[in-house]
Design a protein around this ligand. Structure first.
Ligand code: ADP
Ligand code: MG
Length: 393
């Protein structure tokens, strides 16, 4: 059977009490996410359409007044990491603890008087599967500290804080989508986010009401090939915009694409630049197409658009890999409505839109195809559009 709920979470309050010897002031949760469509668009000021997963990072937290942060994750070995405010230097290591420490640093940099905290974390978001376990960690930390120190940060401000922590403190050049999804998604909806100005709209996405299931297939691989690929795609996009004389690829409307591609070829642009431009403009358009279909209640018709998105990522952006292509091919062959890789690629996860009653058969077909190809069995679960970050108690 395909799992439709997140695995049971370890109670962070119990972990907290055992570690620190007293009860936490509160418990907060922030979800991982999958992106339905709109890939490699966020650093082009474009559109994305993520939904929150039922899988969450949870934090039990109490404030401190002595300038010390103590963090513990139930999910990684190594015990409690203790840091003093004076040791908060960007890109200075600290392993996984750099994510929550980076949030503390970003809040202090923004002038918020956060004098420390004791934190115990537990998470059901798979790590490194392209499902944003890192953003979940950042957003849950930001929300807990905002509540405990009465900072009254909006959901978007929590996301911006998390992104700043990841970009500037941890040193990962991610866009804003992951943190916005974790902070701002709502149950039963996908989040239409304009990454240029962070305006957002909740788009109804009640799969169960339509008799549909959205499977997430975690390939459990992450190819080293992906190292540096993000930066190269990013500079190809910037080069395309520069040659076209526009601030960002977002500023190229879809009906101007053919003329723009011809102009780039005339200007002697590298083939990779031309392909990246075609992907980004195409995926921005696919976000709009899928939103129109969801709002019209024609959710099934999104399937072929997902397939088209996959082809674009595979052939134009060239960020797919054999395992992701196999998920898409095997799922479609087994009767899925559509499928595509999601996230940065070179491994990670794929999405499969499928009729509810065929979800298990499609999941089995994908698992069988993986076994046949000699790959590790994939992790498969249903992505039920879930709430964003919140206080639990
Ligand atoms: P993704 O966000 O797609 O899961 P990333 O590479 O961006 O992948 O983030 C994964 C990293 O986030 C992990 O290597 C770890 O440092 C940190 N992380 C995520 N979840 C946890 C957790 N539960 N406990 C400790 N660290 C975590
Ligand atoms: Mg991440």
């Amino acid at each position: 059977m395909t799992e439709t709920t997140a695995p049971p979470a370890t109670d962070p309050a119990a972990v907290f009490a055992e570690l620190y010897g007293h009860k936490p002031h509160g418990v907060w949760a922030a979800p991982g996410r999958v992106n339905l469509i709109g890939e490699y668009t966020d650093f082009n000021d474009g559109f994305v359409l993520p939904l929150a997963l039922p899988h969450t990072a949870r934090a039990a937290v109490s404030p401190r007044t002595d300038g010390v942060l103590r963090v513990y994750s139930h999910d990684v070995p190594g015990g409690v990491v203790s840091l003093h405010a004076g040791e908060l230097t960007p890109r200075s290591g600290h392993g996984w603890a750099a994510y929550p420490a980076g949030v503390w640093w970003a809040l202090r940099e923004a002038g918020h008087p956060v004098t420390g905290a004791d934190i115990a974390l537990t998470s059901t978001v798979p790590t490194g599967a392209g499902l944003s376990s890192s953003a979940a960690l950042e957003v849950v930390t930001a929300l807990a500290l905002s509540d405990l120190y009465d900072l009254r940060l909006s959901a978007a401000e929590l996301a911006v804080t998390g992104r700043r922590a990841e970009n500037a403190f941890v040193g990962v050049p991610c866009g804003i989508m992951d943190q916005m999804a974790s902070a701002c998604c709502t149950e039963g909806h996908a989040l239409h986010l304009d990454t240029r100005d962070l305006t957002l709209r909740q788009v109804p996405f009640d799969l169960a009401a339509h008799g549909l299931t959205l499977l997430v297939v975690d390939t459990r691989v992450q190819h080293a090939l992906g190292d540096g690929a993000y930066a190269r795609r990013r500079s190809a996009c910037e080069e395309g915009a520069r040659l076209l004389g526009i601030p960002m690829l977002r500023d190229l409307p879809h009906d101007g694409l053919d003329a723009a591609l011809a102009a780039l070829a005339d200007a002697g642009a590298d083939a990779s630049v031309i392909r990246c431009v075609r992907h980004v403009v195409g995926d921005n358009r696919r976000v709009e197409q899928i939103i129109a279909l969801l709002e019209a209640g024609d959710v099934r018709a999104a399937g072929p658009v997902l397939n088209e998105g996959h082809r674009s990522l595979r052939d134009d952006l060239r960020v797919s890999c054999p395992e992701l292509d196999l998920v898409v091919a095997a799922a479609n062959e087994a009767g899925a409505l559509g499928a595509r890789m999601t996230g940065g690629g070179f491994g990670g996860s794929a999405l499969v839109l499928v009729e509810e009653e065929t979800a298990d058969a499609v999941a089995r077909a994908v698992t069988k195809a993986f076994a046949g190809a000699g790959h590790t069995a994939p992790g498969i679960f249903a992505a039920v559009p879930s709430p964003g970050a919140r206080r639990l108690r």
